[in-house]
Design a protein around this ligand. Structure first.
Ligand code: GTP
Ligand code: ZN
Length: 387
């Protein structure tokens, strides 16, 4: 018997996961596509070595790729929509509304400390000497998407690659199409990997089931109270909460949000009802990651609300997908649910992924004197339902 042959989906996930890890450690990667390849390195992490590798493999001087909102903040003027769309490849169409702006990088700014400041709205402002825009190179949007998958600031140093140079330096190549397909592929590749009985203070009859995607990344968990699978098999709709992980609220009892009370409240309610499922989803900070959430908090302390803070970082207001939760429910044999939420997007998102949402159970807790504005913003700008 020869070595095992991984399937194409697992190989694609592996390539994207490795490339995102390289960006996180400051190593350039090659985004490949019909009009590429494009060399990219994360402005937030790249050091002198990474910049030297990039220069050695580049065909032309590097530029800085930014989300339009970040570019507008740096240039202190609005960015016309037409520029955002310049030269975008049709395969990147789904990323178009987010757009990409390319800025010429004068030699003085090709320096790790300067690049970090250009990328990060929390850092002290750095005004580029000659802040000229240039057309974004092909595959730029896929590059920014890869940075986001790595939970990095969407800001890249980028240059077209010289034929064969990246391979000679041992830099990883990843197809743009696989970057764009990654969230869906990762969600659909989820598999149950372990489970155990874990009696909880508020629900003694509880089990934890762990799910892992084929990229080998962080696991998502389902906490099963009682026997919701049996209830579902009999045609019932168990109580379900899709809870996005929140280190600060869930673990530390942070008062900035309402996650802690929502987590404990959901388990307690399932304990009282005798059955339910809490999906504990690895989607910290509405999908932007803990480090970026901390940055967003700093921006909120400077006056932005929770939605505009995400945007100022170059991220969307909510970067979560619902396919992960839907896939876990399908694999648990729970196609029909009563959802504990105030968020209409969660109901619509699960329904779009084939889950029958039989109804909504309000899941609201009183403001605590610190999170009042956060809860107001969720109601006013995210459309969260009050009761
Ligand atoms: N980016 C960002 N994420 C936050 C902030 N505050 C809380 N979060 C994250 O938001 C997620 C929880 O989402 P919420 O919007 O509170 O609630 P929801 O889960 O969408 O809706 P409900 O089901 O009604 O609770 C967790 O991942 C938190 O880490 C913030 O200010 N910025
Ligand atoms: Zn929270």
């Amino acid at each position: 018997m020869g070595p095992p042959v991984p399937d194409a989906q697992a190989l694609a996930l592996r390539a994207v996961h490795r490339a995102a890890s390289d960006l996180r450690r400051g190593t350039p990667v090659l985004v490949a596509g019909p009009q590429g390849p494009l060399l990219v390195a994360a402005a937030e992490t790249v050091g002198a070595r990474g910049l030297a590798e990039l220069a050695a493999a580049a065909l032309a001087p590097p530029c800085l790729l930014l989300a339009p909102i970040r570019a507008a903040a740096l240039l202190q003027r609005p960015i016309p929509a037409a520029v955002q769309r310049a030269d975008a490849h049709p395969s990147e169409a789904r990323w178009l509304e987010e757009g990409v702006v390319a800025l010429r990088l004068p030699a003085g700014l090709l320096d790790p400390a300067a690049l970090k400041r250009l990328a990060d709205p929390v850092a002290e402002r750095l005004l580029p000497e000659h802040p000229e825009m240039q057309p974004a190179p092909p595959l730029a949007a896929a590059g920014l998407a890869l940075a986001k998958l790595g939970r990095l600031l969407p800001a890249l140093v980028a240059a077209p690659a010289r034929e064969g140079a990246a391979e000679a330096l041992g830099l990883l190549a990843v197809p743009a199409a696989e970057i764009l397909a990654y969230p869906t592929s990762a969600a659909t590749s989820l598999a149950r990997v372990a489970e155990a009985r874990v009696p909880l203070e508020d629900a003694r009859d509880a089990r934890i089931v762990a799910f892992r995607a084929a990229d080998g990344g962080i696991e998502h968990l389902a906490i099963l109270v009682g026997d919701p699978e049996k209830l579902a098999a009999e045609g019932g709709a168990p109580l379900v909460r899709a809870h996005s992980e929140c280190f600060t609220g869930d673990l530390l009892g942070s008062l900035r949000c309402d996650c802690g009370p929502q987590l404990r409240g959901a388990i307690a309610r399932m304990g009282r009802e005798g059955a339910g499922v809490l999906l504990y989803l690895a989607q910290e900070g509405r999908g932007i990651g803990l480090v970026n959430k901390l940055r967003a908090y700093t921006l909120q302390d400077q006056g932005l609300d929770t939605l505009d803070a995400n945007r100022a970082l170059g991220y969307g207001a909510d970067e979560r997908g619902f396919l992960v939760a839907a896939t876990m429910l399908q694999q648990l044999g729970i196609p029909r649910v009563r959802l504990l939420t105030n968020n209409p997007d969660k109901m619509a998102g699960l329904a779009a992924c084939g889950i029958i949402v039989d109804g909504r159970e309000a899941h609201q807790f009183d403001a605590n004197g610190v999170n009042d504005k956060y809860l107001e913003t969720k109601a006013e700008r995210f459309g969260h339902l009050l009761r």
